[in-house]
Design a protein around this ligand. Structure first.
Ligand code: MN
Length: 240
């Protein structure tokens, strides 16, 4: 059984080539047995499941077709598509995962997370993150008309760019103490996340036990997929 993991595709109507590469990956998976995990920021922006747009509808349909062939599909919210919800997952034939989520893979305890919760040095962002996960705030945002939601999403992106330009490289990365804490709390061997767009495999020792942190890359200039089967895992990067 093969498990594929990807995150940070940032699908956007303005960049159809990324969507094409993603749809190509889905087509290649037909006939395989296994599961696909999309660990957040599948979309560059998500206004709500009631406003998927043509791109959201295309992606939901493609995921649904793949799910119908027997591949299990799991979605996690990222920071860009934090408003993604159950309706989209239903349309896509996918299950919505909590963040974080623990999985057992070939005897390893693997903790899946988008990764933004680990960037604890960015306090302002963590306050915003908590706010956008508050059920009342979400309900209020999702009840706004489309134009207002679009305007808010645009402001959020501009604000995020301005905010990030003031932060150092270190502050925008995961905090080592936060990484150790989640590995310890979950009693996990592996932490698998995206968000930072810094793909790699890192070894670390927590409480005398060797652990691994795997970081998925973004799809800005090509695909980044972690493939995990009986032989182990490989982080595969495919240029476009
Ligand atoms: Mn992210």
């Amino acid at each position: 059984m093969t498990r594929l993991f990807a995150s940070d595709l940032h699908l956007d109507p303005a960049r159809p080539e990324v969507t094409e590469q993603f749809l190509g990956l889905l087509r290649n998976l037909e006939g395989e047995s296994g599961s696909l995990f999309l660990l957040g920021d599948l979309f560059e922006a998500w206004l709500g499941d009631d406003l998927p747009g043509a791109l959201g509808e295309t992606v939901a349909l493609a995921l649904r077709q793949l799910a119908d062939t027997g591949i299990a599909i799991y979605l996690m919210q990222g920071n860009r598509d934090v408003m993604l919800g159950q309706s989209f997952c239903q349309a896509a034939g996918a299950l919505l995962l909590e963040d974080p989520c623990l999985l057992e893979i070939h005897g390893s305890r693997v903790l899946l997370t988008h990764g933004d919760a680990l960037c604890t040095d960015d306090r302002a962002y963590q306050r915003l993150r908590a706010l956008l996960r508050d059920p009342d705030v979400r309900r209020n945002l999702l009840s706004l008309p489309e134009g207002q939601r679009r305007a808010l999403a645009g402001e959020a992106r501009a604000g995020s760019r301005a905010h990030q330009s003031r932060l150092s490289y270190e502050v925008m990365d995961v905090n080592p103490a936060a990484v150790e804490q989640v590995l310890r709390d979950a009693d996990a061997d592996v932490l698998l996340h995206g968000h930072t767009h810094r793909p790699g495999v890192h070894r670390l020792t927590v409480d005398g036990r060797e652990r691994t942190r795997i970081v998925l890359g973004d799809w800005h200039s090509g695909s980044s997929v972690l493939r995990w089967d009986e032989q182990g895992y490989r982080l595969l990067e495919q240029p476009r």
